[in-house]
Design a protein around this ligand. Structure first.
Ligand code: FHN
Length: 429
């Protein structure tokens, strides 16, 4: 009797789950906060850091689970200092941190109750990294997101397999829905044991784009546990129902230089773009191709000019230290933001779309013109919604300009340009 009633209720349940998603007031408020925050720290960290060859090392080197598990005794991050990491993010001017709770190797960076494939159960370190980081974030007023991989190279029930993870030595069998139950159980742990969580940043859907991921059930679970938690999914597609923000990997919204975003049309949700400092997400000891502070500032500014946040990545070492090349760049960005943050935080994309010379951002009646690349002494701008009352250098004196019915001409002598970004604030009438 009970079973037949459950079967009759299934279509009702399915209809509920496919119903249009209405974000709660707390969620809408969180989206507003997110859009104003503009800058966050991405952290890719897990047992893979031991090999110093990026977070894909298990797949790339065709390492079996048995061999990969031998890395565990070496993962002992005694130099990890949550307070120092959060302080570093704050000093860099970042308003949130997004850390890998679980990457594609399936390894949990917290003390999971539904698995022993985690830092607390299997490493000499034994401590719950996420707990320490969450406590510190709450203490220092920095919001915390968890990056969570749908894709799993370790779990036996991740079957049928997708594009990756074919050489880990798992039997060619498994129960897909049992895997999804496991994933939801872990998500439940993350949203019930770590205080307020700003959101979940999913990745790995693309490994099995045709699979039934039961996404809506997972999304509804998250929103029922923490209505304000923002869900984003790096599936490289336009946003799915139930998501709260849209991310672009290694590209500004609308661009596709890295090849991930061919189908990622810009939707109506808050936007974010993520990028690395060298070329690796997880710690890579031989990758020394660091972007300059100037390049990173330009990326942040261009992201703001595209109405997007910038999530800048570090891959900490296996001992828990963040390498000095990363630390230095983050600190330098913080110095720049302390002087120029007014033109980034709390702004929206400005009235002039992104250009080769730079971008515009806007707050109320003030338009910030970010001149990043200009060979001439003058910059011509199209007409703005209202006349310009005043033009000033941010943190500086007046800027000479002329305005007629065609547009505005700003005088920007090369000798007086800023090393990174010459910012002109235009106050509109
Ligand atoms: O495969 C991952 C990769 O390791 C990394 O986490 C990045 C971050 O955006 N996303 C995936 C590739 O799309």
């Amino acid at each position: 009797m009970k079973t037949s009633r459950a079967i009759r209720l299934l279509p009702v349940l399915a209809a509920l789950l496919s119903a249009e998603y209405t974000p709660s007031p707390a969620n809408l408020e969180a989206r507003r906060w997110f859009q104003e925050a503009r800058f966050g720290l991405f952290i890719h960290w897990g047992v893979y850091s031991v090999l110093g060859d990026g977070e894909w090392v298990m797949n790339n080197r065709k390492i079996s689970i048995a061999e990969y598990e031998k890395l565990l005794p070496q993962f002992n991050p005694v130099k990890f200092d949550a307070a120092e990491w959060v302080r570093l993010a704050k000093d860099a001017g970042m308003r949130y941190i997004t850390i890998t709770s679980k990457h594609h190797d399936g390894f949990a960076m917290w003390d999971s109750r539904v698995s022993t494939w985690d830092i607390a159960d299997r490493t000499p370190y034994k401590k719950d990294i996420l707990k320490m980081l969450a406590d510190e974030c709450h203490k220092q007023g920095v919001k915390l997101f968890f990056y969570h991989s749908h894709l799993d190279w370790h779990h036996p029930d991740y079957y049928p397999r997708g594009r990756t993870g074919h050489n880990t030595g798992r039997p060619e069998a498994g129960d897909w829905y049992r895997y999804l139950d496991y994933m939801d159980a872990q998500i439940r742990e993350l949203l019930t044991g770590y205080g307020p969580i700003a959101g979940i940043w999913f990745d790995g859907w693309w490994d099995r784009p045709k699979a039934d991921w039961r996404l809506r059930q997972t999304y509804d679970l998250i929103h029922s546990l923490q209505p304000a938690a923002l869900i984003g999914n790096n599936h490289h597609q336009p946003p799915f129902e139930g998501e709260d923000f849209q991310m672009f990997e290694k590209d500004l919204p609308g661009q596709n230089t890295a090849g991930f975003n061919a189908e990622a049309k810009i939707g109506a949700l808050p936007l974010e773009t993520c990028e690395t400092i060298n070329r690796a997400w997880g710690y890579n000891q031989s990758d020394h191709q660091y972007k300059s502070t100037r390049d990173l500032i330009h990326y942040l500014v261009r992201a703001a000019g595209h109405n997007a946040n910038f999530l800048l990545n570090v891959g900490p070492r296996p001992d828990g230290a963040i390498q000095p090349e990363f630390v230095q760049r983050l600190r330098d960005m913080g110095v720049w933001l302390r002087a120029n943050g007014e033109s980034i935080y709390g702004t929206t994309q400005g009235p002039i779309p992104p250009r080769d010379w730079g971008v515009t951002t806007r707050k109320g009646n003030r338009v910030y013109v970010h001149v990043l690349k200009l060979e001439d002494d003058v910059l011509g701008l199209p007409k703005l919604p209202s006349k310009v009352a005043r033009a000033t250098r941010l943190n500086g004196g007046p800027v000479a300009f002329t305005e007629n019915n065609l547009g505005i001409l700003l005088q920007l002598p090369l000798a007086a340009r800023d090393a990174h970004d010459t910012i002109v604030a235009l106050d509109l009438q």
